[in-house]
Design a protein around this ligand. Structure first.
Ligand SMILES: C[S@@+](CC[C@H](N)C(=O)[O-])C[C@H]1O[C@@H](n2cnc3c(N)ncnc32)[C@H](O)[C@@H]1O
Length: 193
């Protein structure tokens, strides 16, 4: 990765060991969490969604049903390839999945839906405010910003889910619309000012 945080090699290794290392396709926990996230989005339709770190595209496919366009990026080509195959199988030609570092420039200027799912805790706590500032330049004024992070601890996380949501909560451009907290994860939805 281009800034301090979990190194990209970690993710390459994860996908070298398993096509779906977090069980996104098979886990009820993940499916239910994705369902809650999508149900918490306030607008019925979105014009353009950006989803950094889409993995194999399970959430991406659910977002596609609510959006005219989805632009997703994933660092690891093997995972991005699986996401592209998933979209092709489902005939979702309005979804574009690139193999790219989500911290690099995006192909479109702005979105009206930005989804940050299990992504920001790969940033060191001291870099979170700056990272969120940079991500918010992708979101148009009035955009929905949805964030969901696991609250457990893991060696590969550069900060905690609590750190991530504290940083989002203190950002001056974000107004919280939804806060759903469970034992294992925190889901929040904001409007960008
Ligand atoms: C725990 S998975 C979460 C996947 C998905 N967002 C979800 O919630 O189902 C984390 C993913 O982030 C990807 N990733 C980590 N840093 C990234 C970066 N800078 N750019 C793009 N993808 C990244 C990893 O390769 C991995 O697929």
């Amino acid at each position: 990765m281009s800034t301090a945080g979990t190194p990209g090699e970690y993710f390459e290794r994860m996908y070298a060991g398993s096509a779906d290392p977090w069980g996104f396709e098979t886990s009820w926990y993940e499916r239910r969490k994705y369902g809650l996230l999508v149900a918490a989005l306030p607008e019925e339709r979105y014009r353009v969604c950006f989803e950094p770190a889409c993995s194999i595209g399970v959430l991406t496919q659910m977002l596609a049903a609510r959006c005219d366009e989805v632009h997703a990026v994933e660092l690891v080509d093997a995972a991005a390839g699986r996401a592209r195959e998933r979209m092709a199988r489902a005939g979702l030609d309005h979804v574009h999945v690139r193999t790219a570092d989500a911290l690099e420039p995006w192909p479109r200027d702005t979105c009206d839906l930005l989804v940050l799912s299990e992504f920001l805790y790969y940033t060191a706590a001291g870099g979170l405010d700056k990272r969120i500032d940079a991500l918010l330049t992708l979101a148009a004024p009035g955009a929905t910003v949805a964030a969901c992070h696991w609250l457990g601890s893991s060696d590969d996380h550069a900060c905690s889910g609590e750190d991530v949501h504290a940083a989002l909560g203190r950002h001056p451009d974000l107004t919280r619309l939804v806060r759903h907290r469970e034992e294992e994860f925190l889901l929040e939805v904001f409007r960008r000012g």
